[in-house]
Design a protein around this ligand. Sequence first.
Ligand SMILES: [Zn+2]
Ligand SMILES: [Zn+2]
Length: 267
Amino acid sequence: MKTLEYLLSIDLNYIAIGLIAVFFTLEHILDTQFNFQRRGHHFWNSFLFMVPFLIGNLFWAVIFVFCIEWLNQNEIGLFHLIELPVWLKLILGVMILDLATYWFHRISHLVPVLWRFHRVHHSDTTMDSSTYFRGHPIEVLFWFGSAPILMSAIFGLDLFTIGVYVLVLTPFLVIEHSNLRFPSWLDKTIGLVITTPNLHKIHHDQDQHYTDSNFADIFILWDRIFGTYTYKPAEQVKLGLAEFDEDKKQRFWYLLKSPFIRIERKN
Ligand SMILES: [Zn+2]
Ligand SMILES: [Zn+2]
């Protein structure tokens, strides 16, 4: 617990930036999974997304502390009604948050207006660890950010549990998007329970059958339980969305306004 408390005292944004620096370097040195075109240009785009992402995180940090402290003070949520050891509440809390994220993610593929924002993350045709930042600011702010507050209102989760969840989630998201070769035996072992980078790459495939699968961030178990698990070898994955397969549609400003443009799905 002490180590967790220490890690939580570090700004999570620093952890994310540090991890991306490490993986970005590794992607330069090691063999990459996908060919890279115009890497500097790609990084610049991701960097521009990082700015609203970090501002959004700051905004949510303030809202979180306010809402969750209020919910906890008023003892709202199931965990206030049952007596459980702290460690069990922590594990259950992390799993509940990941399950909620699974459903929020799945709904963002199903509901057309939400997909318009979420497709910005999927539009990346040359993904690397910096794709971690590539999300439309409105989606990051108002959709995914509200999942932990809703779960706290239902289950009575505290700030510590949410902090631990984000602490575990951050390296997962950076590694899942990194353009490195990961062996397929990983998918057949830990991939039974945990989302491996190859499994998340399948979620970024252009074919909608695969785009609408493997939604889970940490526990691929949710996809297995709810019937959205798919598999294909990493070398057969074609990243991105066919309707964004043009240079001008990969630029920050176009992507920022793209939710307000009618774009037909191609695959
Ligand atoms: Zn998605
Ligand atoms: Zn992704």
